[in-house]
Design a binder for this molecule. Structure first.
Ligand SMILES: [Zn+2]
Length: 481
């Protein structure tokens, strides 16, 4: 990506001084603002992508020990969310496993759609109004924070509308030219500007009016925009976005952004690197049966992958943590509307690392989500009318399996047909994480329901079980009732 020229504004005016302070948010709160805190309504939706109960349990065991509790475990309300997905060709029929596009669309719009769709309806391809759009129209500030590209399926479903999640930037909008192999070359046809569509997801974000958007995805903003001589980042700047691309830029924004500035933070070319990786970059591996065992499953032996520790990922150096992005987003949104705000925070690589069979990457992302949740809860202590929901969009492949096998005493080699990572935990025990949805380089999602947690604001409002589109209703009711 070329370096966008960042428009810097100095905080000189007395009026601006209070807005430019780096002091803690609530320290600046004026008497008026304190009075209005009771009337302000905020929604913070935290999505762990792929964070089903297997992922949570694996992370809990590693981060807190088998008897420990995560912060999300200590929230006063725990419900469950049933994922709904429709068949695109026969929209009234269900499909039992989702992707992030349709599941995020359920939460963003209250309408169940088909896989791959970004806030558009199954079959008829109609734009669906999102909670972020409703909030913005009604005077709330709106923000998105993610460790994925900001154009990725989960964030995009709140702030864009396309028939396919693949329509992330202008280059892939041109059929048959630069489309990635996995993307149907006609998938973005209806959304092309020349066909009267809204253009790529990055273009829609650049021309949109959401206040704070932070995450990865620089590469989707550097191409020349559709039907324009300007890059997508230039369109964003012309539309009032301050673009920041590193830690320092983020700190500058924190100290100097004016309320009329919109903020677009793009901190990596694509998905932001995870904080942890497997030892020496290893992920789960396949057990190796002996020749005799390959001839007869009752004979011979099997060699399991060697154990490993989780280690720091060197690529994470200099990358903002999800907590830092969350803190700055909350502070900036709080300044921008006396009415309150809607903020979606996504820890994306619980899912992405599970596709890659890397439990250390996923565990580190759950830890990042926990830190962001701590920030949200701290804010809610001072803004009590803040509904915090923590959930996942869909299930993922990782399974916690016995180490050693429960059938070890029978005396025959028993092992997974999939890939397994045997992680040494801080309790010095083996945590055996299995991936076996397929033999393809990328694992698949699974169709389990996922947890839905809430802070005390959700008590009496969040039922014991919801379908995923009902999460939209919960958020809408909080902001508008
Ligand atoms: Zn996924």
């Amino acid at each position: 990506m070329h370096s966008p020229s960042i428009k810097r504004r100095l905080c000189v005016a007395a009026i601006a001084a209070s807005l430019c302070s780096v002091a803690p948010l609530m320290a600046q709160q004026s008497e008026d603002a304190e009075q209005s805190a009771e009337q302000r309504k905020n929604v913070i939706l935290i999505i762990g992508d792929g964070m089903d109960d297997q992922q949570i349990t694996i992370a809990r065991n590693y981060l807190k020990g088998a008897r420990g509790k995560l912060l999300m475990d200590q929230l006063p309300l725990r419900s469950v969310s049933q994922i709904l997905t429709q068949d695109d060709e026969a929209p009234s029929k269900p499909v039992y496993v989702a992707d992030s596009a349709n599941s995020a669309t359920s939460m963003a719009t209250g309408i169940s759609t088909s896989r791959g769709r970004i806030a558009t309806s199954a079959g008829e391809n109609r734009d669906l109004v999102t909670i972020a759009e409703l909030a913005k129209q009604a005077g709330y500030a709106t923000g998105i924070v993610t460790t994925a590209s900001v154009t990725d399926a989960t964030p995009a479903s709140f702030i864009a509308h396309t028939a396919s999640r693949g329509c992330e930037n202008p280059n892939v909008m041109k059929p048959f030219e630069d489309s990635p192999r996995w993307l149907d070359p006609t998938a973005c046809e209806a959304d092309r500007v020349t066909n009267g569509g809204p253009g790529s997801i990055s273009r829609q974000i650049a021309l949109g009016n959401h206040d704070v958007i932070l995450g990865g995805g620089q590469k989707h903003f550097s191409p020349i925009a559709e039907e324009s001589k300007k890059s997508v980042s230039e369109l964003a700047q012309n539309n009032g976005y301050r673009i920041v691309t590193d830690q320092q830029g983020l700190l500058d924004v924190q100290s100097s952004a004016l309320v009329e500035d919109k903020i677009l933070g793009l901190f990596s070319p694509s998905t932001m690197p995870t904080q942890w990786q497997g030892e020496d970059g290893r992920s789960a591996e396949k057990p190796e049966p002996s020749l005799l065992n390959m001839i007869d499953w009752r004979l011979g032996s099997v060699e399991l992958p060697s154990t490993m520790i989780c280690e720091d990922n060197p690529s994470f150096d200099g990358i903002p943590r999800l907590k830092q992005m969350t803190d700055i987003a909350i502070e900036q949104l709080w300044k921008r509307s006396q009415q309150g705000f809607f903020l979606m925070i996504e820890s994306a690589s619980i899912d992405k690392q599970s596709h890659k069979r890397n439990p250390c990457g996923s565990i580190g992302e759950v830890e990042q989500l926990e830190e962001a949740l701590a920030s949200a809860l701290k804010f809610a202590e001072q803004e009590p009318n803040t509904l915090i929901l923590v959930t996942a969009d869909h299930g993922q492949a990782a399974q916690l399996i016995p180490a050693p096998s429960m059938f070890k005493s029978i005396g025959v080699p028993v092992y997974t047909p999939g890939h397994v990572a045997r992680i040494i935990t801080p309790e010095n025990q083996v945590l055996s994480v299995n991936y076996a949805t397929n033999d393809f380089p990328s694992e698949e999602h699974t169709g389990t329901n996922v947890p839905l947690f809430s802070n005390d604001v959700g008590l009496g409002k969040v039922p014991p079980m919801v379908t995923q589109p009902e999460i939209f209703e919960l958020m809408k009711n909080h902001l508008f009732d």
